[in-house]
Design a protein around this ligand. Structure first.
Ligand SMILES: [Zn+2]
Length: 253
């Protein structure tokens, strides 16, 4: 029987944490959003998503389904505890609770997982171009610091997203991104458009906030190039499913 084989963060595993990024393989959703789709889109119903979550929990040892947000390409950061239901509007979240998995869904946007082993805080961030322009990664680091994290201890796992190979943007979008100076090396002018490195810009934000480069893991996979492995909104439009990025601190770590 097929089952999910998500990409696992080696950096988080070294610290007793779980950070995973699903691929599209190992689920039960029908085409076009086949097969490990985590949103009720592209031919999947709620029953497909529920079964895919069950399969993911089995393959990763999650004790419960992850908390999810209603992602809106903004910069609202939500503090999560056991009382929070899924579906709160926001694009980043954090918690200090063990065994409480947090999940971000994407189909080209960048998922970033953070963890500070010293304080036990973890975070999950959804960074599309709008969130990136708003500095959501930098803001989340600051929010974690206010909650007791230290930047030089924070680990970051930067997941699969649309790569610079496929991410062309128009002038207004390039201008919005270039307002943060640390982004500028990651925006390149083409003949008519611009090419942008979404992961590069967000990693630059993390470094600006004081993260150590050895604490930043970058899983360099392009969701748009790799049709067999990832959903991509730019490639497939409304036929695109959604993959998940999940972080959790097991209570024994
Ligand atoms: Zn690509």
């Amino acid at each position: 029987m097929t089952r999910p084989h998500p990409l696992r963060s080696a950096l988080f595993a070294q610290h007793g944490l779980i950070g995973v990024f699903t691929t599209r393989q190992g689920g039960i959703s029908p085409p076009p959003g086949n097969s490990l789709n985590f949103a009720p889109v592209a031919g999947s119903g709620a029953e497909h998503v529920a079964e895919n979550l069950r399969l993911l929990r089995l393959s990763t040892g999650l004790s419960r389904s992850p908390i999810r947000l209603r992602q809106v390409h903004g910069d609202r950061i939500i503090a999560i505890d056991e009382r929070n239901p899924s579906g709160i509007k926001g694009d980043a979240m954090f918690t200090g609770q063990a065994n409480l998995p947090l999940a971000i869904q994407t189909a080209d946007c960048l998922p970033i997982l953070l963890a500070d082993p010293g304080s036990g805080l973890i975070a999950a961030i959804h960074a599309g171009w709008r969130g990136t322009a708003l500095g959501i990664a930098a803001q989340t680091v600051r929010r974690l610091r206010r909650a007791g994290a230290r930047a030089e201890r924070i680990l970051a796992s930067v997941g699969p997203c649309i790569g610079p190979c496929c991410f062309t943007i128009d002038t207004p979008c390039a201008e919005a991104l270039a307002r943060r100076t640390e982004h500028q090396p990651f925006i390149r002018r083409l003949a008519q458009k611009f090419q942008a490195d979404l992961a590069g810009m967000n990693i630059a934000q993390l470094c600006t906030e004081g993260l150590i480069s050895a604490h930043i893991e970058h899983i360099q996979r392009c969701t748009c190039c790799e049709a067999e492995h990832f959903f991509s909104y730019r490639r497939d439009g409304d036929a695109a499913g959604r993959q998940l990025a999940v972080v959790v601190r097991p209570s024994c770590s």
